[in-house]
Design a protein around this ligand. Structure first.
Ligand code: ADP
Ligand code: ADP
Length: 226
């Protein structure tokens, strides 16, 4: 089943700049889609349109079979993990993970169950009372993912989630993300500059340039050819 589709999606910023041009892609359930391409080619803009953080100028965006062009971010059944984690510094790990659920008025007992489940998956159970400043980089990144997981979204969006981590941790977190994808059986769209991440994580890779999709293919076909 299609989990997400973009049909003739374009983005023209208010200053007239066309950042994304006629983007077409159908993503199936459980795919791990990678966006690659030079800085400024429109990767983040596309992700932000899917998240609902930017309006779509024209075209159609569907999540499942529902058109979501005009649906608010919080009602889109997606979750986004940013590269700078965007954790609330004054809140504990628990409260950081619970925040989005509280906003959605989920009952307290249910929030507690969801947070503890996510903490178990991400090995954060012993850190629930910590504030972000008392965590390592890898732990912070896991909290950011925990915040996304608790919502049990249909689609995960990750914008260079590992780019602020050192090399060793990046390799470790890459493996964790692969496991997470397996375990949750969810669709992931992932922006990266790192070819190793693209090759090891992606089921398909979307190559963008100047706001245009140049190629969509499997890692094998893209990188193994001479
Ligand atoms: P990427 O994520 O691939 O680096 P972006 O999607 O962030 O690229 O940006 C795509 C293009 O759109 C860039 O040329 C960028 O300068 C431009 N852009 C991004 N945001 C705005 C904005 N708010 N107004 C005008 N142009 C923008
Ligand atoms: P890792 O190698 O797992 O990325 P670190 O080497 O930074 O983490 O930290 C090792 C352990 O010390 C971790 O279990 C972490 O919980 C704990 N720790 C790190 N920073 C702090 C801190 N500021 N306060 C309390 N505990 C910390």
């Amino acid at each position: 089943m299609a989990s997400l589709s973009l049909e003739h999606v374009t983005k023209v910023y208010p200053n007239g700049f066309e950042a994304v041009k006629d983007f077409n892609l159908e993503i199936q359930d459980k795919e791990f889609i990678i966006f690659v391409g030079p800085s400024g080619c429109g990767k983040s803009t596309t992700l932000r349109m899917i998240a609902g953080l930017e309006d779509i100028s024209s075209g159609t965006l569907k999540i499942g079979d529902r058109v979501v062009n005009d649906v608010e971010p919080k009602d889109r059944d997606i979750a986004m993990v940013f590269q700078n984690y965007a954790l609330y510094p004054h809140m504990t790990v628990y409260d950081n993970m619970a925040f989005g659920l509280k906003l959605r008025k989920v009952p307290k007992a249910e929030i507690d169950k969801m947070v503890r489940e996510a903490a178990k998956i991400l090995d954060l159970e012993k850190l629930l009372d910590r504030k972000p400043k008392a965590l390592s980089g890898g732990q912070r990144q896991r909290v950011a993912m925990g915040r996304a997981i608790v919502r049990n979204p249909k689609v995960f969006l990750m914008d260079e989630p590992l780019s602020n981590l050192d090399a060793k941790l990046r390799v470790q977190m890459r493996t964790e993300i692969a496991k997470l994808h397996q375990r949750l059986g969810t669709t992931i769209i992932y922006v990266t500059h790192d070819q190793t991440e693209a090759m090891t994580l992606g089921t398909r890779i979307v190559v963008m340039k100047d706001g245009v999709v140049q190629q969509v293919d499997t890692p094998q076909n893209l990188y193994d050819k001479p």
